[in-house]
Design a protein around this ligand. Structure first.
Ligand code: GLU
Length: 492
């Protein structure tokens, strides 16, 4: 189809602040941004933070930072300099409650008092009888008056949408890239729209917000396509017109599996901190599923805006190829004039705070100013050489596999632990001690392993200060690299 909206489109991305900004968010953000700009529309940033248990401190700032680094500037939403909002779902709870009350009053939703134990029992029986696991509608026809009384008395409950259940009923999602996708209603659960803590679920908040924020085109990842029939049913229940839906392909690894941390780093900051250029990174994302034409792969953001048509976008899951990205970056570095490259390099290597932290650590160990560069080189290198220290990574009474696993577990747990988010020396120390305790490893052994993995050296400044100064993304990358190198060694 050609994309020439009559009125300027309003689009949004709606990331949840649950960790480092994901390259998938940047990818979806790029297509939303480009489409909006092409047609003089508006690009909205909405923070979906209603699942408070999953939100981590600092993640919202990280989203702003990542989008700004890429130059994907939003015109409405937090931190855009405009006077709009609120665009944080946690600040809009009364709006969702009002809308849920409306569906309840119109009999399009109902309160469900089934306890978690009761629902677990229901699923157990379904499993035993080899039935589909689904909510069985036990409160669907419950007397609304009685339900109101129980709710007024403070009894915990959720609110569910009442999916129309006429025999043979279906719900069709029109996806502008994929055509119509039809779902049988009997396979769509009576979805929870309001949780027992009074917070809306994603489905309800997303539909209410997209409607109230006048979003005309919902451009998001393929993983949301199974949520869309639920959204379409909610639009129908409210009597609203649904926006146009575009589900872009999921980014994939070479083997076509979904892009995951195990195979490729997925944090935007990883690429930033290793020294990929933002324009190059945006160009690379732009080649995924979008064809500029004439086999041309190198283009600027402005050129992509100029050429953008939905007919040039293909929804098949594009492969995120880090080798290609690296080749793009190498070309762009060669093409830079020396002055620009010099200032970019200085900005990349030496923010004044970072340099100060490294100088503070090096002062005890350098005798001449000239010793500084060789002594501190590992702070700056993306990768380090482990050939000299591999033998020292052996730990008595532990197999090679156990050592590889402990490194991997460390990476996984540090990524999930909100207490280690700031990656400061005290946070790292507390986390690492608790980690050793949890897994029954000696701190001395694990700390040595960390030091060797992070620095590639046996002698280095204090471990946690060093890790903090190396920085989170570089540190994680090295731990991952060290684990990979060890894995390829013969058993010791
Ligand atoms: N909060 C969802 C996310 O994290 C938003 C999905 C959507 O765009 O509707 O991506």
């Amino acid at each position: 189809m050609t994309s020439a909206p009559v009125t300027p489109p309003r689009v949004r991305i709606a990331p949840s602040p649950t960790g480092d900004p994901h390259v998938g968010t940047a990818y979806i953000g790029l297509f939303n941004y480009v489409f909006a700009r092409k047609h003089g529309g508006t690009f909205v940033l909405r923070i979906e933070d209603t699942d408070q248990a999953r939100c981590t401190p600092g993640s919202e700032q990280a989203i702003f930072e990542a989008l700004k680094w890429l130059g994907l500037n939003w015109q409405e939403g937090p931190d855009c300099g405009g006077d709009y909002g609120p665009y944080r779902q946690s600040e809009r709870l009364p709006i969702y409650r009002e809308h849920v009350a409306r569906l309840l009053a119109e009999g399009k939703a109902y309160r469900c008092f089934a306890t978690p134990e009761e629902l677990a029992e229901m699923r157990k029986v379904q499993r035993e009888q080899k039935l589909d696991l689904a909510y069985d509608g036990r409160y669907r026809d419950y007397d609304p008056k009685q339900a109101e009384q129980r709710a007024a008395a403070g009894e915990p409950h959720v609110v569910r949408m009442k999916v129309p259940r006429e025999p043979g009923a279906t719900t069709t999602v029109h996806d502008c890239l994929r055509g119509d996708v039809t779902f049988e209603n009997r396979l769509i659960d009576d979805q929870v729209i309001m949780k027992s803590d009074g917070f809306p679920t994603y489905h309800l908040a997303c539909v209410v917000d997209d409607h109230l924020m006048k979003i005309s085109h919902v451009i998001r990842g393929e993983e949301w396509i199974t949520s869309t029939p639920k959204h379409v049913l909610l639009y129908q229940a409210f009597g609203w017109e649904a926006p146009a839906f575009y589900h872009l392909g999921l980014l994939r690894n070479h083997n076509k599996s979904k892009l995951s941390k195990r195979k490729n780093p997925v944090s935007v900051f990883h690429y930033r901190d290793l020294g990929y250029l933002p324009g190059t990174f945006v160009n690379f994302l732009g080649t995924l599923g979008f064809s500029y034409g004439d086999d041309r792969e190198r283009f600027t953001l402005d050129e992509m805006v100029e050429r953008f048509e939905w007919s040039r976008v293909s929804p098949g899951g594009p492969v995120f190829d880090p080798v290609k990205l690296a080749a793009f970056n190498a070309d762009d570095i060669r093409a830079m004039d020396v002055d620009t490259l010099t200032s970019q390099l200085i900005a990349h290597l030496y923010t004044p705070e970072r340099l100060r932290a490294i100088v503070a650590l090096a002062r005890e160990r350098i005798d001449l100013l000239d010793d500084f560069v060789p002594y501190t080189s590992f702070f700056f290198a993306g990768k380090v050489d482990y050939s000299q220290v591999l033998g020292k990574m052996k730990i008595k009474k532990r197999t090679r596999k156990e050592v590889v696993n402990i490194l991997k577990t460390y990476i996984e747990e540090i990524e999930r632990d909100p207490a280690a988010r700031g990656f400061t020396a005290p946070e790292l120390e507390t986390f690492s001690r608790a980690f050793c305790e949890r897994h029954g490893w000696k701190t001395r052994e694990v700390f040595t392993l960390l030091r060797l993995s992070i620095t590639g050296r046996t002698a280095a400044p204090p471990l946690f200060d060093t890790m903090a100064a190396v920085g989170k993304d570089r540190a994680r990358l090295r731990l991952r690299d060290a684990a990979d190198v060890l894995r390829q060694q013969p058993e010791w």
